[in-house]
Design a protein around this ligand. Structure first.
Ligand SMILES: NC(=O)C1=CN([C@@H]2O[C@H](COP(=O)(O)OP(=O)(O)OC[C@H]3O[C@@H](n4cnc5c(N)ncnc54)[C@H](O)[C@@H]3O)[C@@H](O)[C@H]2O)C=CC1
Ligand SMILES: O=C(O)C(=O)COP(=O)(O)O
Length: 409
């Protein structure tokens, strides 16, 4: 097992938001025993206090990692987002402090696609309303406003990992699929890419949103877009709460412009399961409200736990940053019989010269050197003969532009 500059049992790992126990298992197997878990997200002040001595932090979609939080997290080496979205993390603030961020880009995609398809079927049959009425002792037996999914047009906004899987599942049920994406994408099956959002809205019986939270997707669906949708169509949002304006949606449901909606994500979501969920959509007929559980299946969560914990352990043990969302990517081999120095610096001229000079003056042979950069930081990994890294460690920290150094033995 690799030794890190700090004893593994002193490396503090904090996992928030009920991350699956598979993550703890992976970390323990890798020798990281100092792992604390918390069921929900923490309020901002408590979060800042708790991260002060943490080396690795695990979160899901709820925890906001702002510049202020990174400022308080003096020892933080990496963040694991045990989900897809990383919009809750100030990635530039992390990068500026040499904090690498990893996520799980695929593990929960099938779960979201399945949920959306199920919701489309339930909404087209008016099940949410019929279900509530039956629970209250009523009986809404009627075919009015009740339709098969077969032959209907599904409009997918954002044809990435989730949108494209949904496309395949929907076609297998006999739906026509059209999609809108800012990138030209290869349509799967008989799906067809349209050129504008308005074109998609005008043609779809069901519109499902699968875009990330970006400036370009913020309030992408508001009163104007809802007005452009077909009469009696359905809106599904399991992407991010900032993509849909809730007030005009509530109005469109009340006026029966839309037949129904399924909303999993909201502009403001309760921090924990104990907090109240407040929304103008509460109490409306044929609206499915779910508590941001699109990706919350046992299968997805267990896989995400494994995937992200492995990425964190690998970065800590060996320096590999493959698939990091904010860091130069380096896939590094094992380093048996060598010390490995990780040096993260601002990407400015002269740093590599200064680093190599230090090794030259100390008469230490560089056995291997790997360099990856992006426009703001450089990540150089230097392997040297075992037992020699200590001789240059302090000098390397003094190189102008250095953000952080670590040594792996
Ligand atoms: N409700 C939940 O529990 C979950 C929600 N999500 C959300 O779903 C989002 C999508 O996930 P993936 O499909 O894996 O992402 P992805 O990155 O694979 O696909 C996103 C697609 O949206 C497109 N896009 C970006 N900006 C656009 C715009 N302005 N207009 C049209 N298309 C645009 C991209 O080109 C890309 O094809 C995630 O970013 C996350 O926010 C993801 C997992 C679970
Ligand atoms: O993967 C994502 O982006 C999600 O939205 C899922 O978030 P969660 O892990 O359920 O808080």
């Amino acid at each position: 097992m690799t030794k890190t500059s700090l004893d593994k049992n002193k490396i503090k790992i904090l996992l928030l938001e009920g991350i699956h126990p598979s993550a703890v298992e992976v970390l323990k197997q890798a020798g990281y025993t100092n792992v604390e878990t918390v069921a929900g997200a923490l309020p901002a002040e408590e979060l800042k206090a708790r991260v002060a001595d943490v080396h690795f932090l695990g979160i899901r979609s709820r925890t906001q990692l702002t510049e202020e939080v990174f400022e308080a997290a003096h020892k933080l080496v990496a963040v694991g987002a045990f989900c897809i979205g990383t919009n809750q993390i100030d990635l530039n603030a992390a990068r500026a402090r040499a904090v690498a961020v990893f996520n799980a880009p695929y593990s929960n995609t099938r779960s979201v696609a399945e949920l959306v398809l199920a919701e489309a079927i339930l909404l087209l049959r008016g099940i949410p309303e019929k279900n509530i009425v039956a629970h209250r002792g009523g009986w809404l037996k009627s075919a009015s406003n009740s339709y098969e999914i077969r032959g209907k047009t599904l409009g997918i906004v954002g044809y990435g990992s989730i949108g494209s899987q949904l496309s395949v599942l929907a076609e297998s049920l006999g739906m026509h699929v059209i999609f809108y994406d800012v990138i030209t994408k290869l349509p799967l099956g008989n799906a067809h890419q349209v050129h504008s959002l308005n074109e998609l809205l005008a043609q779809s019986d069901i519109v499902s949103l699968h875009v990330p939270e970006l400036a370009s997707t913020k309030w992408m669906i508001g009163a104007k877009e809802i007005a452009a949708m077909k009469e009696g169509s359905i809106l599904i949002n399991a992407s991010r709460g900032t993509v849909v304006e809730i007030e005009p949606l509530a109005e469109a449901i009340k006026s029966k412009k839309l037949l129904g909606a399924a909303i999993d994500v909201f502009p403001v979501e309760p921090r924990t399961n104990k907090d109240e969920f407040i929304s103008p959509l509460r109490g409306l007929d044929n609206v499915i409200l779910t508590p941001h559980i699109g990706g919350s299946t046992m299968e997805a969560q267990a896989n995400i736990g494994l995937e992200v914990a492995e990425k964190l352990a690998k970065y800590s043990d060996n320096g590999t940053t493959t698939t990091s969302v904010n860091f130069p990517e380096a896939a590094l081999p094992a380093h048996p019989g060598r010390d490995r120095i990780l040096h993260i610096h601002r990407n400015v001229p002269g740093v590599m010269t200064a680093i190599n000079q230090i090794f030259s003056e100390a008469k230490i042979n560089i056995a291997a050197q790997y360099l990856q950069t992006d426009d703001s930081i450089g990540y150089v990994v230097i392997d040297v003969e075992a037992g020699t890294a200590d001789k240059v460690k302090d000098a390397l920290k003094e190189v102008p532009g250095t953000v952080r150094t670590r040594v792996l033995f």
